[in-house]
Design a protein around this ligand. Structure first.
Ligand code: NAP
Length: 263
């Protein structure tokens, strides 16, 4: 069998890049999706090539595509299938923060619509499209591993931040999306998982670095450090390698223990 093939959305930078690199290290071919930052996507591609095990048959490609639009998703999926012919793993990672954090009583409908379009509607309908692609071709690929979907949500799926309600709502929606697709696709032999990162050092959290430095120093997370993209990448690889064959709809918190209620 050729190396497993992963499509990672938003893999040019940050957590997505960390996921692409971890998968490359584990011998996967990776389709690196990005929205507009081609240089960063190419850099990720080179890093993946360097990270692949010696003698691996894995290959890496970069694929532009705005996952928030129907045409962007179609373009992405068609070009990935044309290049790789199959997908074993979809990682819904691409996402954005609000351009400006604003109080719940003032934040705009435009910001709400933008976040829902990119963070929720995009992954929802990309998952639908990939699932339908699988269902039309599973019989011919029966020797390959169980197809899997991993969605990167956030601790914001259940943590109320009143200065970015739109982000929280979009991430809470991803948690239900995971349960829905897990239920619908279990009988088809497709595993569906959610990874909930906590505070991870990327461009997204750059503008609030000092605030989170302080909160972590004050004990916000039982494990007293920032997360790094590789922390998420390792969890993705564990799922990709089918180490959870009797699980679906499962949530894995990669958050330094943030989710633990403490007294
Ligand atoms: P980031 O560093 O800002 O990177 C975002 C990535 O998403 C980039 O590759 C970007 O592509 C891509 N992207 C943005 N909009 C897109 C679109 N419409 N279509 C396709 N790709 C798009 O963000 P990050 O911190 O790595 O976050 C990655 C995911 O983890 C997000 O879903 C985020 O909500 C989630 N998360 C992050 C944290 C954290 O602390 N960082 C915590 C919990 C959850 P370009 O390079 O082309 O712009």
């Amino acid at each position: 069998m050729s190396s497993p093939i992963a499509l990672v959305t938003g893999a040019s930078r940050g957590i997505g890049r960390g996921i692409a690199l971890a998968l490359a290290r584990a011998g996967h071919s990776v389709a690196i999706n990005y929205a507009s930052n081609r240089d960063a996507a190419e850099e990720c591609q080179h890093l993946c090539q360097a990270a692949a095990p010696p003698g691996s048959s894995a290959t890496f490609g970069i694929f532009p595509g705005d996952i928030s639009t129907t045409s962007g998703r179609e373009q992405l999926l068609n070009s990935v299938i044309e290049r790789f012919r199959w997908i074993d793993l979809l990682v819904n990672n691409a996402g954005v923060a609000p351009s400006e954090r604003k109080d719940l009583l003032e934040a705009s409908e435009e910001s709400f619509d933008r976040l829902i379009r990119i963070n929720l509607r995009g992954p929802y309908f990309l998952t639908q499209a990939v699932a339908n692609f699988w269902l039309s071709g599973l019989a011919a690929h029966a020797s390959r591993p169980r197809p899997k979907i991993i969605t990167i949500s956030s601790m914001s799926a259940y943590t109320a931040s009143i200065n970015r309600g739109d982000y929280c709502v979009s991430k809470a929606g991803l948690s239900m999306m995971t349960l829905l697709f897990a239920t619908r696709l279990a009988g088809e032999g497709i595993g569906v998982f959610e990874i909930r990162p906590g505070i991870v050092a990327t461009d997204m959290t750059g503008p609030v670095k000092e605030k989170y430095d302080r909160l972590i120093a004050d004990g916000l997370t039982p494990i007293p450090r920032w997360g790094v993209p590789e922390d998420v990448g390792r969890a993705v690889v564990a799922i990709a390698q089918d180490l959870f064959p009797y699980s679906t709809g499962e949530v894995i918190n990669i958050d330094g223990g943030f989710h633990i209620r403490r007294l």
